[in-house]
Design a protein around this ligand. Structure first.
Ligand SMILES: NC(=O)c1ccc[n+]([C@@H]2O[C@H](COP(=O)([O-])OP(=O)(O)OC[C@H]3O[C@@H](n4cnc5c(N)ncnc54)[C@H](OP(=O)(O)O)[C@@H]3O)[C@@H](O)[C@H]2O)c1
Length: 282
């Protein structure tokens, strides 16, 4: 029988790109969603009764911790215990490069989740991506671009080598199918460190429209996250991450994508050219 892989957040920025890569290898993919279509299965972090059915018969999990939860570690711990009972053998975790930032609390949720995965008794690979390029085309920066023609950020002049979610998916694919990645912690980045202002100009040029970059203060960002009702602890984490980028802590470029997948990571310019219609006036 083909190996069976549970892909959590299969509708998310990475999961949606990973599932077809695994299917192309003839693996049995259980693509999880809270609102599953015919090809997907039901999984909700908040509904523990959905977990055992999702794990039953699976060999490995692609684990994206629950979004917008700053206290996800207990949920992840319970799932890992259930996975071990169900006989799973490997976990590929999407963590974040931010676990290494200087002001990341010792006991932050992200660090606790990594510790739980390492101690799970199963094989594991931890992927720590930098910011996703798709934050501009699918994620939290898109509404500002479409509705206000602007990108707002508290990252100042700091630069970071944002990564294409397709490259994270390729690293996850290799980590799920090739045994040599067991026990690895992979910092994954794109090929070029750019500021948010640089990235905004590149998408404006690709979309052939005006998109302004607005630097905002930490206080202003905290205010708008509060207004958007982002849970307090999660908002604090987002703010910490932006300020760390501003201090230059996210500027390092790694060669992980090339080493693990054999191909180079996508550039921000190529990403923007391919996604341009999303930002173009209709
Ligand atoms: N975005 C970045 O720049 C960045 C950078 C570094 C690390 N990361 C990490 O990458 C991961 C994914 O990033 P993201 O959150 O920005 O985007 P995302 O993967 O696009 O997040 C949304 C996904 O989470 C699923 N989801 C949400 N609530 C759920 C619940 N209660 N139960 C089950 N599934 C649920 C959604 O699926 P359904 O709606 O179909 O249920 C959707 O597929 C996160 O762990 C994040 O910390 C992100």
């Amino acid at each position: 029988m083909n190996r069976s892989i549970l892909v959590l957040a299969s509708t998310g920025m990475v999961g949606r790109r990973l599932a077809p890569l695994l299917r192309a290898r003839d693996l049995d993919v259980r693509a999880a969603s809270r609102t599953p279509t015919r090809d997907q299965i039901l999984f909700d972090w908040r509904l523990p009764h959905t977990h055992d059915a999702a794990l039953d018969g699976a060999d490995a999990i692609f684990l994206t911790p629950p979004a917008m939860e700053a206290t996800a570690a207990p949920m992840v711990g319970a799932l890992l215990a259930a996975a071990q009972r169900a006989g799973l053998r490997h976990i590929v975790l999407v963590s974040s490069i931010a676990v290494g930032f200087s002001d990341e609390p010792e006991d932050s949720d992200r660090r606790r989740i990594e510790t739980l995965v390492r101690g799970s008794g199963m094989g594991w690979t931890i992927i720590r991506p930098t910011g996703f390029m798709q934050n501009f085309s699918e994620g939290f920066l898109l509404p500002g671009i479409l509705h206000a023609g602007a990108v707002f950020s508290a990252t100042g002049d700091g630069v970071a080598p944002f990564i294409d979610a397709s490259d994270i998916a390729r690293v996850a694919e290799a980590s799920l199918v090739e045994p040599q990645h067991s026990g690895a912690v992979y910092d994954v980045t794109g090929p070029e460190a750019l500021s948010l202002a640089d990235m905004t100009s590149i998408i404006a040029e690709a979309a052939q429209r005006t998109i302004a970059y607005h630097p905002v203060s930490a206080e202003a960002l905290a205010g708008s996250l509060k207004e958007a009702r982002v849970p307090e602890a999660y908002a604090a984490m987002l703010l910490r991450d932006q300020l760390a980028i501003g201090r230059g802590e996210a500027s390092a470029i790694t060669d992980t994508v090339e080493k693990v997948t054999g191909g180079p990571p996508n550039s921000f310019r190529n990403f923007a050219a391919a996604a341009a219609s999303i930002w173009s006036p209709r």
